[in-house]
Design a protein around this ligand. Structure first.
Ligand code: FES
Length: 109
């Protein structure tokens, strides 16, 4: 089950300006999230790499939404939170939706 949270209008406007495949750090309460915009929309994953703690928003995102960690190069799929290189990590991933012109972020409970 996904738990959805409405984001403020200013946050919505800021995220609308995010360039395709650009990575950004976003904080929601105590959650630090690495966000990007793919052609399908916004996606996010936890910003702390589970390998050794690097900040994933300093890494790279390719056209398929594969995030490469800046420290040792491990790869994560921002759409699922799964490792994209066989390292068997599963990290928190975040989804976004727009309803009635309001932006919501969601994650699995
Ligand atoms: S800290 Fe991310 S791959 Fe090592």
């Amino acid at each position: 089950m996904i738990e959805w949270h409405e984001l403020e209008e200013a946050t919505k406007i800021g995220l609308e300006n995010l360039q395709l495949f650009q990575l950004a750090r976003f904080q929601l309460d105590d959650r630090i999230i690495c966000i990007t915009r793919l052609e399908e929309g916004l996606f996010g994953i936890q910003n702390t790499c589970p390998h050794a703690g690097a900040q994933l928003h300093h890494g790279h995102c390719n056209r398929r939404g594969i995030i490469t960690c800046p420290l040792h190069g491990y790869k994560f799929d921002i759409k699922t939170g799964l490792s994209a290189d066989g390292n068997n990590y599963k990290i928190i991933n975040y989804q976004f939706k727009i309803e009635n012109e309001k932006l919501f972020i969601g994650w699995r409970k």
